[in-house]
Design a protein around this ligand. Structure first.
Ligand SMILES: N[C@@H](CCC(=O)N[C@@H](CS)C(=O)NCC(=O)O)C(=O)O
Length: 210
């Protein structure tokens, strides 16, 4: 049995979304963040040595790290779904955005949060500059292609999704300046799998699609 451990308002919503897209049979366990420091509770930290979300259990396997979990589930249970074929011109595009999500975009967002947490008056230029380039590339890309993986929805959309939806609770630019991204948010919101995932992962919370 596959178990998805979801920490509320966290990147583990990606895994719930993927399971719904693939129609997998899975058990979902929800955990609330601590009131005092908004981190994962002790019972979540006990799941994996890293102590951060997401974590899955599949039989005897315990696996963390969003990208690894997504590649594991899609390779093992996806039957070729949600990843363009290596022969497709979309394949490198998909790879770029799949890895940009955590390799650069989320990392940069974490640096902004860390700078704010230390009470810095200003975000360092190199951090702000990288962030601005990511948001600009996102907007440009979505003006040319409907999905991060090119012509079809792919796991790159799921990887990028958290930082562009729920993750904006922690900060981000005004969506008024991002019409192409707003179009992508609308397309995401129309996906029944996304609707089911958010209803299960964040009951009572309207998805951040505006
Ligand atoms: N690169 C990791 C990042 C995981 C991560 O930073 N998770 C955050 C939530 S978005 C977390 O667990 N925070 C709670 C804590 O640190 O206790 C992944 O994608 O799996």
């Amino acid at each position: 049995m596959l178990t998805v451990h979801h920490l509320r308002i966290s990147q583990s919503e990606r895994i719930v979304w993927l399971c719904e897209e693939l129609g997998l049979d899975y058990e979902l366990k929800l955990y609330s963040r601590r009131e005092d420091n908004r981190l994962a509770p002790d019972e979540y930290k006990a799941l994996h040595p890293m102590g951060i979300a997401p974590v899955i259990k599949d039989g005897d396997l315990i696996l963390g790290e969003s990208g690894a979990i997504i590649e594991y589930l899609v390779t093992k249970y996806g039957a070729g779904k949600l990843v363009p074929s290596p022969d497709s011109p979309d394949f490198p595009t998909h790879l770029f955005w799949f890895h940009h999500a955590n390799g650069t975009f989320m990392t940069n967002g974490m640096m902004v949060l860390a700078a704010k947490a230390t009470g810095a008056d200003e975000i360092p230029d190199f951090v702000a500059g990288r962030g601005a380039k990511s948001w600009m590339m996102i907007e440009q890309h979505l003006g040319q292609q409907p999905w991060f993986g090119g012509q079809a929805f792919s796991t790159a959309d799921i990887m990028m999704g958290f930082g562009l939806t729920t993750g904006r609770m922690f900060g981000g630019p005004d969506m008024a300046d991002f019409p192409n991204l707003r179009g992508w948010l609308q397309r995401v919101g129309e996906r029944e799998a996304y609707q089911r995932a958010m209803a299960k992962a964040e009951p009572g919370m309207p998805p951040m699609l505006g």
